[in-house]
Design a protein around this ligand. Structure first.
Ligand SMILES: [Zn+2]
Length: 252
């Protein structure tokens, strides 16, 4: 348990800490880490974030399920009441995130918020068009092989500007090289209608293909992650976030 700092102040039993306990326990339960019976147990008063013990008990499938439930809370406006200060204090000494999310930089698709996750629960890698280059693969390897995350969630989203740019063959400084990495998804998308960035349906189809190709790249270019997946230690899952409605569709 990484809660030493928090035991100093405030004292257990203080009404403020009791409120923090209730909020924290609810947040953790929401991610499927602890159940309702633990709410109110003083020893867990400061367990505001994921502990190693709790994370290690979760299977990749349970973590994916918790993500789905988190998105459902977000989508329906029933988000957990996050006590970020308590979560911050509880994670000072260490972090045990259950998952790593590779998603787009789009300001409308903040992964932690749309999955209703708190501080210390997920690693987050964000890059325009959620592609996987060498440095991102290294980040994913760190998250899973060294830091113990059990799920890689690749998340694309609707109306993605990077996807539109790749379809249009846009050129701008360093962006050109990034868009070139998305280009294979444009070519690999089977679509009979108008293949243009003005066609929202086509743009979203390319975004889905891009998520699948990114997952393929992860498996093909990272022996470390491919081996973890083969051993059942991690699960690599694709998903699409719909800006309209706020739903994350998981490709499982
Ligand atoms: Zn995007």
């Amino acid at each position: 348990m990484n809660t030493n700092e928090d035991r100093s102040s405030p004292q257990p039993g203080h009404c403020g800490s009791r409120r923090a306990l209730l909020k924290s326990a609810a947040g953790i339960a929401a991610w499927g880490v602890i159940g309702a019976p633990l709410i109110g147990v003083p020893e867990l008063a400061y367990a505001a974030a994921m502990s190693k013990e709790k994370r290690d008990k979760l299977t990749p499938d349970q973590i994916v399920e918790a993500m789905k439930q988190g998105n459902e809370r977000f989508r329906t406006g029933k988000m957990s009441r996050h006590d970020y200060l308590a979560q911050k204090r509880a994670t000072v000494a260490g972090q045990y995130p259950a998952a790593v999310i590779l998603s787009c930089i789009d300001s409308r698709a903040p992964a932690e918020i749309i999955l209703d996750a708190g501080i210390g629960e997920t690693f987050n890698a964000r890059i325009a068009g959620n592609i996987a280059n060498d440095d991102l693969l290294g980040s994913l390897e760190f998250a899973c092989a060294l830091a113990g995350a059990k799920v890689i969630l690749v998340m694309g989203h609707t109306a993605c500007g990077a996807i539109k740019g790749a379809i249009d063959g846009a050129q701008l400084g360093n962006l050109s090289g990034l868009l070139n990495k998305i280009k294979p998804a444009v070519d690999a998308t089977h679509y009979d209608g108008e293949r243009s960035s003005k066609n929202d349906e086509f743009v979203d189809e390319v975004a889905k293909t891009n998520v699948r190709l990114t997952i393929g790249e992860i498996r093909r270019r990272s022996d470390v992650l491919a081996a973890l997946e083969k051993d059942g230690k991690i699960k690599i899952v694709g998903s699409m976030y719909r800006l309209a409605g706020g739903r994350v569709d998981f490709f499982t």
